[in-house]
Design a protein around this ligand. Structure first.
Ligand code: SDX
Length: 424
């Protein structure tokens, strides 16, 4: 990042002329640095939803919403999805470079040997209702990890926490699912790779020799890669904000899980499947559904469509659309929901309402079709999104803490309430 010294922005207001520095990123993004604006002019800016406001400089993920580009540390998502593994991508996001063979082997071994939960955790799950949605269970369980690891925060301890969270998140997710079924937990196996181990804990039981399907494990690993980071989205900004108060990494990640649960964010993948199933039950009336999604008086939305940043195809959706067919064919599942999704996309992409608003399929539009083909229950979809996003959240948190300009996040406001009045 360079502060374009010869580039200044001048703000004229009343008799004031305020000169502000311009920051230029490595992809030639220009930003006006307003950090001194209030000091110099008494003015603040207002941007509900932060559509035009950058919260930080970051070297982790680059998105070009107009061109549909997504890169992790400079590597195009298409290449990583095709050639890398989730743990390799996790290392890349957190450390900034692809790991050397010995680094990846050591990282993988450390993750593998930290997958178990303290036996006292069993009482934690049993205290929760079986009908509980797994997202609040996971958010609470991740926060509860802080009660087992309470050492003072040092760089070394943060590195250990990163390993523990990546290792234990699949175990917590699987245990929350098993609890909902009333089935015994499946302990993690040190003989399986990351994604296979999660499938083993999810679908294995002590009564059978569950065999992991390598096609499914590979598809899941790719899904985790596609969800691994996405710069300053709602949940990542939440993780940064909570971490900026010097709350520990467990608490910060727990808050990110809660933010991701919202139906406008990570919760959309569950809503997409529910939407596709509703259309299927109404005998596939995609056209009728889209009329409702366009009706301002109807709260119906085409879930999995639209994005604050992408005003072109979300590259992750394009990759997932291609993978859907492969996974469904290899599993011999039904492609009815995929066909409805593709029909919805085809109609929407040729409809003025969606064209005028630059609404395209986002990552959530096709991911649910694959999750369902694999056999995950719908309420686990966002949990798997959180598993994928975990290394991205931690990379962003770590970058924020290491920033020399690090300070607690505390936005301003414009007060519009009652002026002073006496209490009589
Ligand atoms: C994720 O930020 C990230 O990077 C997120 C994410 C990540 O990896 O972290 O990519 C993951 O959260 C993907 C988004 C998942 N959410 C959904 O699929 C929910 C459905 N989509 C929307 O609710 C919406 O598109 C958002 C929330 C994604 C974006 O909202 P914005 O940017 O605030 O846009 P908006 O709501 O102001 O919409 C602009 C216009 C409006 O119409 P007008 O008022 O101009 O007439 O587009 C319309 C909206 O009504 N619109 C839709 C629509 N999305 C926007 N109309 C119908 N169906 C939709 N899906």
């Amino acid at each position: 990042m360079t502060t374009g010294n010869d580039q200044k922005a001048t703000l004229s207001y009343g008799d004031q002329k305020i000169e502000l520095p311009v920051v230029v990123g490595t992809e030639d993004e220009h930003a006006i640095d307003i950090s001194k604006l209030r000091l110099e002019s008494g003015l603040i800016t207002l941007d509900p939803g932060y559509g035009s406001t950058g919260s930080c400089s970051s070297s982790i993920t680059f998105i070009d919403g107009e061109k549909g580009i997504l890169r992790y540390r400079g590597y195009p998502i298409e290449q990583l999805a095709k050639k890398s593994t989730f743990l390799e991508v996790a290392w890349l996001l957190i450390h900034g470079e692809l790991p050397k063979a010995d680094q990846l082997a050591d990282f993988t071994s450390k993750v593998t040997h930290h997958t178990m939960l303290h036996e006292d955790f069993g009482r934690f799950f049993n205290a929760l209702p079986k009908s509980a949605h797994p997202m609040p269970v996971c958010a609470a369980a991740i926060a509860a990890l802080a009660t087992f690891y309470q050492e003072p925060e040092t760089d070394q301890k943060v590195e250990e926490t990163i390993i523990r969270l990546i290792a234990k998140m699949p175990t917590i997710a699987a245990y929350s699912y098993k609890h909902s079924l009333g089935q015994p937990n499946m302990y993690p196996s040190n003989n399986l790779d990351y994604s296979s181990n999660f499938l083993h804990m999810m679908f294995g039981t002590p009564c059978d020799d569950y065999e992991v399907n390598p096609v499914v494990a590979k598809a899941l690993d790719m899904l985790l890669i596609l969800h691994a980071d996405h710069e300053q989205n709602c949940s990542t900004s939440t993780v940064r904000m909570v971490g900026s108060s010097r709350a520990n990494l467990f608490a910060s990640i727990s808050s990110g899980i809660s933010a991701l649960w919202g139906s406008l964010h990570g919760g959309a993948n569950q809503k997409v499947i529910e939407m596709l199933e509703a259309i299927a039950q109404e005998h596939g009336s995609a056209d009728k559904f889209l009329q409702r999604a366009k009706d301002r008086d109807d709260t119906t939305r085409l879930m999995g469509f639209g994005h604050r940043v992408y005003k072109n195809h979300d590259p992750r959706a394009t990759i997932l659309k291609g993978a859907c067919g492969d996974v469904i064919n290899s599993l011999g599942g039904s492609s009815q929901l995929l066909e409805i999704a593709m029909r919805l996309e085809e109609i929407a992409l040729n409809d003025d309402y969606f064209i005028e608003r630059n609404l395209y399929p986002n990552v959530d539009f096709y991911s649910g079709v694959i999750y369902q083909a694999i056999g995950f229950p719908v309420n686990m979809f966002t949990v798997i999104f959180a598993m994928g996003r975990l290394p991205g959240w931690m990379a962003q948190w770590r970058e924020m803490r290491a920033d020399p300009a690090f300070r607690i996040g505390r936005p301003r406001q414009v007060y519009t309430g009652a002026t002073e009045r006496a209490y009589e």
